[in-house]
Write a protein that binds this ligand. Structure first.
Ligand SMILES: Cc1cc2nc3c(=O)[nH]c(=O)nc-3n(C[C@H](O)[C@H](O)[C@H](O)COP(=O)(O)OP(=O)(O)OC[C@H]3O[C@@H](n4cnc5c(N)ncnc54)[C@H](O)[C@@H]3O)c2cc1C
Length: 418
């Protein structure tokens, strides 16, 4: 037995790759991270920053197809599909549509929940242990409604969340809500409040986490795009980049929405579609809300971070189109403005989009690759990658170390697509 620690190369430096690097380093591995752009520069950069165990229920829910069709007819709606002849997209959408039923929704919820719960608890440990400067706050999350019927219609969802997932929200009427969150206009009907959710500033999380890991000896290689894997038998031996080849004992592929582009290298095509979302980051002002808010009727989120206010939303299936659509960005501020007592600042600090790695079953893909026994996939975290990063990282480190996993990895297995 060599006395050298085993080397793990993580490919992809988003929040999932960094979460994996953290727990692998803690478990005693020598860890490197190779990233084709910059660490934390992709979908993990400008997202809404919610660490939200409340989001147990997946996007594929009963009625999602009809709401999506209605939203498609509204050019300012939060859901868009760029119509195109792409058999993979249509196959993905068809499989997604088939899962929009009660049983599949609940079963996806049961798959997602352990990762969400474990991640929140691990984040809390991480904030104590590593003191990451990322504006971490635990203030809960409000679901605010303007329409009384829509507020009422959430009651059965809350009952289901309570009975199946022990995740319940406190209902607030308009007067209670306005006392709790005076930044809102008085045209609101009320809200549901999830008090256990937390939030942070994702770009600062990634920057401070990277600095923390660098001090622990983790090596980072930016502008390193994976071009191939050298193999011997059913094992990968080294990863090829234009700049160099890097040998490792184990490889973790955490390449988010780009994972399908690595199909040939990985020997498996994973059903991941890029789900494009947008955010606007505004300067902080005294009239901002204190608590993060979702406006479900408009599908827009507002996150009051300590140094900025972020508006985010939209699910656009437009392939890897990297244009920043101004109409979508304007829709974010137009929707949020309808709820805010004071006008939003006109100055904008950042306009952003990111590609969420969307699986049609809403469940991430974590586990051994079907082709190589020493390649572990950690991808497909849909709309909740930030909320699942620490649990994913710990699980990946346990799988690689051959330890008893802290949660059942079966639902995340890549083999479900073989
Ligand atoms: C508008 C919006 C709001 C969101 N809000 C939230 C939220 O509030 N809470 C939450 O939990 N989630 C949220 N999400 C989802 C979350 O951002 C994603 O699930 C998460 O960032 C995915 O992380 P990742 O590490 O898998 O992907 P990424 O951050 O995209 O990282 C993947 C990395 O792999 C690299 N890569 C790809 N191919 C290669 C290659 N060949 N070689 C080397 N590197 C490669 C990429 O450059 C990239 O940096 C939101 C997303 C959007 C768009």
């Amino acid at each position: 037995m060599s006395s050298q620690p085993r080397h793990v190369l993580v490919i992809g430096g988003g929040v999932i790759g960094i979460g994996c690097a953290h727990y692998l380093q803690q478990a005693g591995f020598r860890v490197s991270v190779a990233e084709k752009g910059t660490i934390g520069g992709a979908c993990s950069h400008g997202n809404c920053g919610f660490v939200c165990p409340s989001h147990v229920l997946p996007l594929a829910e009963p009625g999602a197809v009809s709401s999506a069709l209605k939203a498609l007819l509204n050019p300012n709606g939060a859901f868009r599909i760029r119509p195109r002849l792409d058999p993979r997209l249509w196959s993905w959408l068809l499989k997604f549509a088939r899962r929009c039923n009660h049983n599949d929704m609940v079963s996806a919820g049961h798959a997602i929940q352990p990762l969400l719960t474990s991640s929140l608890s691990l984040y809390q440990d991480l904030m104590r242990f590593a003191s990451l400067e990322c504006e971490w706050q635990k203030k809960g999350l409000l679901f605010v409604y303007r329409d009384h019927r829509a507020l009422e219609a959430y009651e059965p969802v809350n009952s289901l969340l309570t009975s199946e997932f022990q995740e319940s929200a406190r209902r607030m009427n308009a007067a209670e809500l306005l006392e709790f969150e005076p930044a809102l206009k008085d045209n609101v009907a009320g809200a549901w409040y999830y008090e256990h959710d937390a939030h942070l500033r994702p770009d600062r999380l990634l920057a401070s986490w990277r600095a923390f890991l660098e001090k622990k000896g983790v090596q980072f290689f930016e502008r390193h795009e994976l071009l191939g894997l050298e193999k011997a038998d059913s094992q990968a031996t080294s990863a090829k980049f234009a700049e160099q080849s890097i040998e490792a004992d184990t490889f973790v592929v955490a390449t988010g929405a780009w994972t399908p582009q690595l199909s040939e290298i990985l020997g498996i095509r994973l059903p991941i579609e890029p789900g494009k979302g947008y955010s606007l980051t505004l300067p902080r002002s005294e009239s901002d809300p204190q608590t993060p808010i979702m406006f479900p009727e408009y599908r827009v989120a507002v996150t009051p971070m300590q140094t900025s206010l972020r508006l985010g939303s939209i699910m656009e299936f437009a392939g890897y189109d990297s244009r920043l659509n101004q109409r979508r960005l304007r829709m974010l501020s137009a929707s949020a403005s309808q709820f805010m007592k004071q006008p939003l600042p006109t100055k904008i600090n950042e306009e952003w989009f990111g590609w969420r790695p969307m699986t049609y079953d809403s469940v991430p893909i974590i586990g051994e690759s079907p082709q190589f026994s020493n390649v572990i996939l950690a991808t497909g975290h849909n709309m909740l990658g930030l909320s699942m990063s620490t649990g994913t990282g710990k699980l990946v480190s346990e799988l690689i170390a051959g330890q008893e996993p802290h949660l059942d990895p079966t639902p995340y297995s890549p083999h479900r697509f073989c």
